[in-house]
Design a protein around this ligand. Structure first.
Ligand SMILES: Cc1ncc(COP(=O)(O)O)c(C=O)c1O
Length: 280
């Protein structure tokens, strides 16, 4: 099928000191012809949600980021929730995060870097950020560690990469999990390694305001086979709940099927899992 498309960029240019941000669209239609052709192919394939293109994207982004496993989901917020929930898995034995454990996070940041901490029943411990980067400083993190601390969950604020060497060192010395919210920072690098490869788990958002978009969308990455298995279990629980219980009890973290209502960031099943209501 031949497609004739006008893919020229929007004419309005951003002028410093002149253009109001609310009149400059954050998501101008800057797609190339081949991207639009791919989109049409997806429409023709009938797999609008999960299918071969999603698997391809997972594979290619995992390779780009430099880890083995990537799982697509419906938003960056969902990816954050999946990442932290994966750490509550019984597969992790005594290293599993339990309700009441403390998780260090930034006092200034995007709400859904923090929400999952509440959602899994943990206690967020907020640390100050540096004015220049809006990222937490290593010493504020070190000072916040107690015997209850199990993880650090922080974002690279507005694409500023936090001090990877020092923060990873703190995690190793204190046996802490590191969850890297990379939603704002796709393509960022530290010492030749890419954002997404620094944490035990990391996330990306494909909301239109970010570097790359799928409309809504997110991805969770890990290089650890056990953590990846834990993420797969969470998706499985969602499927079982939707298929057999005919309930929207699950998180609906997978990309939506067309015939199902598209529910973003909704109920979560962890409470049910803990209470033994969901087989997992
Ligand atoms: C740092 C950070 N984390 C998480 C998110 C959530 O991503 P989404 O909007 O895809 O749910 C965002 C969104 O802007 C973000 O900036």
């Amino acid at each position: 099928m031949k497609i004739e498309l006008d893919v020229s960029y929007p004419s309005q240019k951003f002028k410093e000191g002149e253009t109001y941000i609310n009149v400059a669209p954050i998501t101008p239609g800057c797609y190339t012809k081949s991207e639009i052709e791919n989109l049409v192919q997806v429409l023709q394939s009938g797999h609008f949600t999960e299918g071969e293109w999603v698997r391809k994207l997972e594979k290619e982004l995992a390779r780009y980021v430099g880890v083995r496993f990537a799982s697509m989901c419906n938003s960056g917020s969902s990816a954050n929730l999946l990442a932290l929930s994966a750490l509550t898995s019984p597969l992790l034995g005594s290293r599993a995060i339990q309700p009441g454990d403390e998780i260090i996070t930034a006092a200034v940041g995007f709400p859904t870097t923090i929400n999952p901490i509440f959602q899994v029943g943990c206690v967020p411990v907020f640390v100050d950020v540096a004015i220049s980067t809006h990222n937490p400083m290593a010493f504020t993190i070190s000072n916040a560690i107690t015997e209850k601390t199990k993880a650090i969950m922080i974002a690279h604020t507005l694409g500023n990469i936090w001090d990877v060497d020092v923060i990873k060192q703190i995690c190793v010395e204190n046996n802490l999990w590191l969850i890297e919210d990379g939603c704002d920072a796709l393509g960022g690098e530290w010492d030749g390694k890419r954002v997404g490869s620094f944490g035990n788990l990391s996330t990306l958002s494909f909301y239109p305001a970010h570097h790359m978009t799928t409309g809504e969308g997110g991805m969770v990455f890990t290089d650890d086979a056990v953590l990846n298995a834990s993420i797969c279990r969470l998706f499985l629980v969602e499927r079982i709940a939707q298929r057999f219980w005919k309930l929207v009890l699950a998180w609906a973290k997978r990309l939506p099927k067309l015939h199902r209502p598209y529910l973003k960031k909704i109920f979560w099943v962890l409470k049910c899992i803990r209470q033994g209501l969901v087989p997992c």
